[in-house]
Design a binder for this molecule. Structure first.
Ligand code: NAI
Length: 273
């Protein structure tokens, strides 16, 4: 509980879902939380709500795909508070459909937010944390970063990259006293599914067929913070994520073979079918 008291934490994608859960839990535990999100109105509202219930939160408009904006935010937080203890590079988006129906712009948008957004966060905060001699970078990957998901191929590509860069950077960073963790949740009940783009897929049908076991984002945030306290390299959240990860590691060929059923199921949600 004390780990986060009086700590300075930036959370990206903080207006909703896992980022909001993290901001709520961090502020409950006494951290000063800078809640950053591209949804200006919503992040202001959520930060006000948390401040109103005793938290020390600030809101910031931020598009993580804009490297300069991320650097500016990190610089201003460091100037105002003297240091940054935690950087949660959490903002993310997805897109569902067959790659054959996607445009290059679809890939780019997902890469810009999910991969470059994380890289921008690291590039901005890592030199400062090295100077400080401490700090913890926590990147949100996904269970699709540990085992491939068809029908969200660009998303899977970014999340595998986030897992790779985080686990590789961890060994470099620890020599400077900086910690790096990657979070890999399974299915969490958030608005990512309603806000994502569906390409030639019937959105309503897809939303109706979401798995029933989605975890509450508040519980997800508590599991993440437990992993951060333990400085875990990979923080796996949810039994579904564990199952996917272990099945893929033990039986990769069978796992990939079984993925054809996901492809079939998602294609059944095709527009007009
Ligand atoms: P969400 O849609 O509830 O929240 C994402 C937040 O990110 C939103 O507030 C959105 O405005 C913000 N955002 C989007 N683009 C942004 C940008 N360019 N700059 C700044 N903020 C931006 O989604 P959720 O589920 O909370 O997602 C958070 C992270 O968790 C993402 O990285 C996602 O890929 C990851 N994740 C989610 C899972 C789930 O089942 N919900 C499973 C595995 C990973």
């Amino acid at each position: 509980m004390k780990t986060f008291a009086d700590k300075i934490a930036i959370v990206t994608g903080a207006a909703s879902g896992i980022g909001l859960g993290l901001s709520t839990e961090l502020s409950r535990r006494g951290a000063r939380v800078i809640m950053a999100d591209v949804n200006r109105d919503l992040v202001e509202e959520k930060a006000r709500e948390l401040s109103g219930s005793g938290g020390r939160t600030e809101s910031a408009f931020l598009d993580v795909s804009d490297a300069k904006a991320v650097q500016d935010l990190v610089d201003s937080v460091a100037k105002n508070h003297g240091r940054i203890d935690y950087m949660f590079n959490n903002a993310g988006i997805s897109i569902t459909g067959d790659v054959k129906d996607m445009a290059l712009a679809d890939w780019r948008r997902v890469f810009d937010v999910n991969l470059w957004g994380v890289v921008h966060g690291i590039q901005a905060v890592y030199p400062l944390m090295i100077r400080q001699g401490h700090g913890h970078i926590v990147n949100t990957g996904s269970s699709s970063g540990l085992a491939p998901w068809p029908s969200v191929v660009p998303y899977t590509a970014t999340k595998q990259a986030v897992v790779g860069l985080s686990t590789a950077l961890r060994s470099e960073a620890e020599t400077y006293g900086v910690k790096v963790s990657v979070v890999c949740p399974g299915f969490i009940n958030t608005s990512i599914f309603s806000s994502m783009k569906y390409v030639n897929i019937d959105r309503e049908k897809a939303l109706k067929e979401l798995p029933f076991w989605g975890m509450d984002p508040a519980k997800c945030a508590r599991i993440i913070l437990r992993g951060v306290e333990k400085n875990k390299a990979i923080i796996v959240v949810g039994w579904d994520a564990w199952l996917m990860w272990h099945n893929y590691r033990l039986f990769p060929a069978a796992y990939i073979w079984a993925n054809r059923y996901i492809v079939k199921k998602v294609r059944e949600q095709g527009v007009g079918r």
